[in-house]
Ligand binder design. Structure first.
Ligand code: FAD
Ligand code: NAP
Length: 339
């Protein structure tokens, strides 16, 4: 199929902040061949290429003089099954949460803690998505990506991807790789991660003493629905800042003034601080200026009440960063990708 490239397309439906900027050119691609054609088109027209999936980790600050390429390839396939471990491959354009539910329906455990994360399979490795104590690196079997320069395909192993906390080689080398499909090693045995946040408690409240992976998924969905704004109702991109990881001495210093500081010791001796706690303590929870604001229940989430621009949200984020640095001496790093 040849490409259907449209011009001057509003990206409002294609980013969960609901920011109304235009793409000079826009195309949806659903095969390797179409991705190759798009690469040839941008080369021929000397245009910048911006791949997107569900647009749930983007902050768009102006019209884009680029070809925005929405990854729309679909398909889920079992590659191997030894009775215990099953390797499943999903195409980049598969919506993430329905894919998680599909694996659970196949009787496979591993992705349940990552339920209800918006976006696509292809973007999941970008920041090594994580929630409730699990990251995709924990179940990652490999991926296939296309080199944007040469058009060649390359298979990446776990070690190749350089996964870190909300980080990967692909995030560190933007513009180099197009992720086409991702593979996961899932298991038939039940090996649950329940010791994170209120998961165990929610299951107990529901009277579930021997949970299945599907029970864990449902419990996490119910917790998330209570705490997080639904982008369909209120524009947002999830957590706007990463949780800062600081030397233990810095955490101790803050604790001297704030005994209730929320921090989690890391294996390397550093401490991960809850960015949401810092922002809330600084008084930003529920703050609103025009249509840009900080969510009233979850201060790590910036929201668009309707017609906020990306620049207004960026300016609000900069004010919060400056204030947190002034109060606590801690730099908050933005999580969404800025364009
Ligand atoms: P996009 O926003 O479309 O793209 C993100 C980046 O990846 C961009 O730089 C884009 O250029 C690039 N990209 C996209 N697809 C490809 C591809 N196939 N190849 C190469 N580059 C690509 N994140 C978490 O980690 N944990 C959470 O619990 C979580 N909860 C969230 C809750 C809410 C309500 C929201 C709105 C967001 C949340 N997020 C969370 C953030 C976001 O959902 C994830 O980062 C998700 O993986 C982004 O997927 P996407 O398809 O929307 O990516
Ligand atoms: P929460 O349960 O209120 O916890 C606040 C923060 O403390 C979280 O950010 C989490 O860090 C950390 N934390 C909690 N329990 C921990 C433990 N046992 N060990 C280590 N760290 C712990 O968080 P929440 O905002 O409701 O989010 C719940 C989960 O969903 C978190 O994992 C969060 O990352 C994820 N989430 C991510 C996004 C996103 O856009 N990135 C959006 C919504 C939710 P971590 O963030 O490092 O896990």
């Amino acid at each position: 199929m040849s490409l259907h490239i449209r011009e001057q397309v509003s990206l409002k439906p294609f980013n969960t902040f609901g920011i109304d900027v235009k793409a000079r050119w826009f195309v949806e691609v659903d095969s390797d061949e179409q991705v190759r054609q798009a690469l040839a088109w941008v080369r021929e027209h000397q245009v910048v290429l911006l791949p997107i999936g569900g647009g749930s980790n983007l902050l768009l600050t102006g019209d884009l003089n680029a070809l925005v390429m929405r990854m729309a390839s679909r398909g889920v396939q079992v590659l191997s099954d030894d009775g215990q471990q099953v390797v499943v491959e999903a195409q980049a354009g598969e919506p993430w949460h329905p894919f998680v539910l599909q694996t659970l329906a196949m009787g496979l455990a591993g992705l349940e803690n990552l339920s209800l994360i918006p976006g696509t399979v292809g973007a999941a490795p970008m920041q090594n998505i994580g929630a409730y104590g699990v990251e995709i690196k924990d179940v990652f079997a490999g991926l296939t990506a296309m080199d944007r320069q040469s058009g060649e395909l390359r298979d990446f192993s776990l070690a190749d991807c350089g996964f870190g906390y909300r980080d990967s080689l692909f995030k560190r080398e933007p513009g180099r790789w197009l992720i086409l499909r991702v593979r996961f090693t899932l298991i038939r045995a039940v090996q649950l991660h329940l010791d994170y946040g209120p998961v165990r408690q929610r299951l107990a409240e529901q009277g579930i003493s021997a949970p299945t992976p599907s029970d864990v998924s449902a419990a996490i969905c119910s917790i998330r629905r209570e705490k997080l704004p639904d982008p369909a109702e209120l524009g947002n991109a999830g957590s706007f800042f990463k949780n800062p990881v600081v030397p233990a001495a810095v955490a101790e210093q803050i604790k001297a003034d704030h005994a209730d500081l929320v921090g989690y010791p890391q294996a390397d001796g550093q401490v991960k601080l809850a960015a949401g706690w810092l922002i809330e303590r600084a008084g930003w929870k529920g703050f609103r200026e025009g249509d840009a604001g900080v969510h009233r229940l979850q201060s790590l989430v910036l929201v668009n009440y309707g017609s906020a621009t990306g620049q207004q949200l960026q300016a609000l984020a900069a004010r919060i960063q400056a204030d947190i640095f002034a109060r606590f001496g801690v730099h908050l790093e933005m999580e969404p990708n800025l364009y």
